[in-house]
Structure formats: structure tokens, C-alpha cells
Design a protein around this ligand. Structure first.
Ligand SMILES: Nc1ncnc2c1ncn2[C@@H]1O[C@H](COP(=O)(O)OP(=O)(O)OP(=O)(O)O)[C@@H](O)[C@H]1O
Length: 310
């Protein structure tokens, strides 16, 4: 549904020299896939979203959405794509949710009767029914974001581009909104999801693209990205006899610490991990945990951005 090939976008930089916000970025997104675009501030995520939604022209390279080139067929692309932005832009606070949606439907040239039915359907689907006729300026961040999503879904697009859609929401609203994204995914909508939130990416995305300074550094399933991490695993166990601690200390590649029977072992690879676990199980130690690397470790390993708070 999305094909991006060597996409490049320059902005004027210092002394008139071009500065690359995107450099030779290539990837594809299949129908029904949720691709997470993850990267620090200034990585180029918004630039890419804007090109795909025909709001910005690339300097070179190509991008197609639902088979239509974004430069040659922008109207067709717009018909197939919905854009959901984070933040407070884009809604009329003094209008109700329904009036906002009526307005956007009219701008898109939708027939009134079709628009009315579609708006009622979206209001129900997105949990807005109780507040549909209240002014949007009285809405919480999470409710306003649902109106943004309804607006993007008016023309039933097959592709949604979401730029940090849960930014600024409280945790409860985030859970509800992510549930909506999951529903859309299950209904076959293709989603490009820009996010800073590693947990969100891991929860929602079938694949994740890591982008930094305009370059695509890695693309893969969360499992594939995790498999490539060399972060040490940590085994912890309780009530471990001193003799067992001593025998573990003899395993090459295991760094053992122990205090009052509470054991912590750092291991470098899966073979050492298996040996440590086998020794503990043979000694009938059952209270143990293994901390797996998570996306934060992948991120740290791939992107060296000090400003990005994990
Ligand atoms: N209109 C512009 N003029 C000049 N430079 C720009 C312009 N828009 C973006 N840039 C630069 O392009 C680079 C990529 O910006 P972009 O907004 O795409 O990043 P981002 O990944 O979306 O960042 P954020 O997470 O902060 O939204 C940045 O270095 C930014 O300063």
C-alpha cells in the first residue's frame, strides 16, 4: 500500500547549503500492516509523513500510496490516505464534534446524506456519541484526538498516517486510543505510525523502522530487531545455596553476584543463559526471572541521540 524508494528531501541549511531532512529512504508497507516510524527529534518522521500525504514535495526519489505516485496523482493519493496529527491544531473549538466533521466532509465534497450517515457511524465507532454535540473546546486531549481520527476516517481511507497520535494524552486515554488503532488494523487498514513511544511501537506495530538524521537505519519485526540486540540478559533467583553460587561463578561468560541467597547473573549470550538456567533448575531453584532485552535496548544500540529520554 505504501512504496517509498530512495526518498530524499532537502531544506535550505546554513549559508544556503542544502540540509537533508530525508536521505535515500526506501521501504514498503503491505496492506493491513502497521509500520512504526521511530526516531528522535529531527529524525525526519514528519517530513516523511508530509510527503506521503502530499503536503510536501520530495527533492528526489519516489513514493506511491495505494499505487498512486504522490507527485503525479496527489488527488488520488489524498482520496486513499487519512492523516492524524498529534497536538491541538486542526479542529474548530467553538464547533461541536459533529459540526467539525460536517465541515470537513463538505470540504471533501462528500454528498450530505452520505456524510451524515458516515459521521454518525464514526461517532459511535470512536466512542464520541455522548459528547458529539458538545463544543470541541470542552473536550479532553483524548476526546479531541478521537475527533481528529474521525476526520481522517471520513472518506474510509485504506491508509492512515498517524503522527504521534497519543502525544500529550493521559495514560487512560492512551490505552483507549491504542485500542482504536488495533481495531482499525484488525479491519485491514494500513497504518504508518510515527511515535516516540517504544512501548506503543512494540504493542501496535507489525514492523518498526528506526530513523535518525534522515536515514533509515533498521526495518524489521520487533522480534527481529530484538534478536539482533547484544544486550546482556539478567537472571535473578532467590534462595540459592552458596555451593550453587560457587558453581555458577565457574561458568565462562556469566557474571555472578550474590547476597543472602539472592542471586543476580549477567550473561552475554543465549548459550551461557541456557547453562545458567540448567544449573539452577538442576539445583531445584524455582523462584527465578530472566529479563529480556526490550526495544529500548535496540533503540539505544542503534541511535546515539543524547537528547532522547528513554
Ligand atoms: N521547513 C523547514 N525548513 C528547514 N528545515 C526543516 C523544515 N522542516 C523540518 N526541517 C528540518 O528537517 C529535519 C527533520 O525534521 P522533521 O520535522 O521531519 O523531524 P521529526 O522526526 O518529525 O522530528 P520531531 O520528532 O521533533 O517531530 C530537522 O533537522 C528539521 O530541523
Amino acid at each position: 500500500m505504501i512504496e517509498v524508494d530512495r526518498l530524499t528531501r532537502h531544506y535550505p541549511g546554513h549559508h544556503g547549503l542544502p540540509k537533508a531532512a530525508l536521505s535515500e529512504v526506501s521501504f514498503t508497507v503491505a496492506k493491513g500492516e502497521v509500520l512504526g516510524l521511530l526516531g528522535p527529534n529531527g529524525a525526519g518522521k514528519t517530513t516523511l509523513s508530509r510527503i506521503l500525504t502530499t503536503l510536501l514535495l520530495p527533492t528526489s526519489g519516489t513514493a506511491t500510496v495505494a499505487g498512486f505516485d504522490v507527485i503525479r496523482f496527489p488527488r488520488r493519493v489524498r482520496h486513499h490516505i487519512g492523516l492524524v496529527l498529534g497536538g491541538d491544531r486542526g479542529l474548530y473549538g467553538r464547533l461541536s464534534a459533529r459540526q467539525n466533521l460536517d465541515y470537513w466532509a463538505a470540504l471533501q465534497g462528500m454528498n450530505r446524506r452520505t456524510a451524515r450517515a458516515r459521521i454518525t457511524e464514526l461517532i459511535c465507532q470512536l466512542g464520541l456519541a455522548d459528547r458529539a454535540d458538545d463544543r470541541v473546546e470542552t473536550f479532553s486531549r483524548g476526546m479531541a484526538q478521537r475527533v481528529h481520527l474521525a476526520r481522517a476516517l471520513l472518506s474510509a481511507p485504506s491508509v492512515l498516517v498517524m503522527d504521534e497520535p497519543t502525544n500529550g494524552m493521559d495514560p487512560h486515554a492512551v490505552v483507549g486510543f491504542r485500542g482504536l488503532i488495533q481495531q482499525l488494523r484488525d479491519q485491514g487498514t494500513t497504518v504508518l505510525l510515527t511515535t516516540h513511544d517504544l512501548h506503543e511501537a512494540q504493542q501496535l506495530c507489525s514492523r518498526i523502522a528506526l530513523i535518525d538524521r534522515g536515514r533509515l537505519l533498521r526495518v524489521g519485526t520487533p522480534q527481529k530487531l530484538l534478536a539482533a540486540v547484544r544486550a546482556p540478559r539478567v537472571v535473578t533467583a532467590a534462595r540459592v545455596a552458596p555451593a550453587i553460587v560457587n558453581s555458577l561463578a565457574g561458568i565462562v561468560g556469566a557474571r555472578v553476584q550474590s547476597r543472602d541467597g539472592q542471586l543476580t547473573v549477567h550473561v552475554d549470550d543465549d548459550t551461557v543463559l541456557a547453562t545458567v538456567l540448567a544449573s539452577l533448575v538442576a539445583a531445584q531453584v524455582t523462584e527465578l526471572t530472566v529479563a529480556q532485552p526490550n526495544l529500548a535496548e535496540v533503540y539505544r544500540g542503534v541511535i546515539e541521540d543524547r537528547e532522547f529520554a528513554l
